[in-house]
Design a protein around this ligand. Structure first.
Ligand code: NAI
Ligand code: AKG
Length: 388
């Protein structure tokens, strides 16, 4: 029986992928094998020693101490692209809300009173205060052309906007899907210089913290809009607020409100709602539940943010050993020597690496004794080992 601890609500459609005959899934579990979560902040959490995998039902992993997990040989899985359409749709909504002054207009309409004639008169005289603009008259800059950014760029083009994109590390897959009408910027500064609205779709990293700065906002034409459905911290909120105050910026669309931002009338705040659709929640939960299950049952690695992809079909009736270790020379040599000494024949072997981590799957003919496990774990650089 595998035990999974959930730290957030995970869609039932995903949890159904973990059959109750072989999985216990609950928010309180003694000695869990794996953890599934969404935005729960794990940084200060005491991780049970029993945990061998973390599954993030979403894209961003800044709430997970990934480096610490790597040092323990624990793979962290996420669900790339599974909520991208949901976020794209909310970005489009945010652009339209800003362009058409929808929040103040809606507040004005909701506050009207009197009989129908009086309301009609107030409507006709009040609407001049909310005159907006249409999207095709504007240029959108998209920073980060991954699963979300590329969809935002393509959607904005289809709404008639001009679109400028920037992503120096764009993946081949994203490049294939990006509409050829998206102009490629050579620098982030160029995006701000050319664009009336800028939407950020990058992970929160040291390199992206404060990416939307006072200097860059100043490069934008007057009346600009910033959209940040990526993470708080990517924009310098104080710089954004002062640009809203001077009128240099028209609106700030943010999925991560703070007390300062909530008070400002030109801030359009959402409650971290980007991925909150039934479809996205299901997609993420299904993807990550499948990945965690395949890892627990077969040691397969798919869509991990810290481990290499690793899949080896399971043959024969023997045991499978999986080993995560430091990516240094002669690890496979040392492992094979110990297996040979234990008189275990290697039926199949896969060794992959990514950065500082290497991962080996070995199918052996026969049982693996406790002594052999102790010897393998004793090799310098072995971070984690499982016998499945
Ligand atoms: N508001 C919400 O509910 C959600 C927010 N997010 C946030 O959006 C972020 C992006 O998500 P995805 O598009 O799915 O991730 P992704 O990994 O598919 O794309 C991120 C892209 O950013 C690029 N990038 C990284 N640093 C960059 C830089 N300095 N300048 C330009 N490009 C850079 C990468 O090359 C990559 O192509 C996530 O990390 C997460 O923080 C994601 C899903 C839901
Ligand atoms: O699970 C959620 O609602 C948050 C989604 C998110 O922020 C992400 O996938 O990075």
């Amino acid at each position: 029986m595998f035990k999974i601890q959930t730290l957030n609500n995970i869609s039932g459609k995903g949890l159904q992928r973990l059959p109750s005959e072989s999985y216990e899934v609950a928010s309180e579990v003694d000695k869990p094998d794996a953890i599934m979560l969404r935005s729960f902040k794990m940084h200060d959490m005491e991780l049970p020693e029993s945990v061998v995998a973390i599954g993030r039902a979403g894209a961003g992993v800044n709430n997970i101490p990934v480096d610490k997990m790597s040092a323990k040989g624990v793979p962290v899985f996420n669900a790339p692209g599974a909520n991208a359409n949901a976020v794209k749709e909310l970005v489009v909504a945010g652009l339209l809300m800003a362009a058409r002054n929808i929040t103040p207009a809606q507040q004005f309409a909701a506050g009207l009173s009197g009989n129908d004639d009086e309301i009609s008169k107030a409507v006709e005289s009040g609407k001049k205060n909310f005159v907006g603009y249409e999207l095709p008259s504007k240029t959108l800059g998209v920073i980060g052309l991954g699963a979300i950014g590329l969809r935002v760029a393509n959607a904005a083009l289809s709404l008639g906007m001009k679109v400028v994109g920037f992503d120096p590390q764009i993946s081949v897959q994203s490049a294939w899907q990006l509409d050829s009408g998206v102009e490629k910027a050579v620098s982030i500064d160029q995006v701000f210089t050319k664009c009336d609205a800028v939407s950020v779709h990058v992970p929160l990293l040291d390199a992206t913290r404060g990416l939307v700065s006072a200097q860059r906002i100043a490069m934008m034409p007057k009346g600009g809009v910033i959209v940040n459905l990526a993470r708080g911290g990517i924009c310098d909120d104080d710089a954004v607020l002062s640009a809203l105050d001077t009128g240099h910026l028209h609106a700030y669309v943010i999925d991560f409100p703070t007390s300062k931002l909530l008070k400002h009338p030109k801030v359009i705040s959402f409650p971290h709602l980007g991925a909150s659709t039934e479809e996205a929640e299901e997609n993420c939960a299904i993807m990550v539940a499948d990945q965690v299950r395949e890892y627990l049952e077969d040691g397969t690695i798919k869509n991990s943010v810290n481990f290499p992809e690793a899949f080896m079909p399971r043959g024969g009736g023997g045991k499978r050993i999986t080993i995560a270790n430091a990516n240094v020379p002669n690890m496979v040599g040392q492992i094979s020597t110990i297996l040979a000494t234990a008189n275990l024949n290697i039926a199949d072997l896969l060794n992959k690496s990514r950065g500082d981590i290497a991962y080996t799957i070995i199918d052996v003919d026969g049982e693996v004794s406790d002594d052999t496990v102790v010897s393998l774990k004793g090799i310098e650089g072995v971070l984690s080992l499982r016998v499945i």
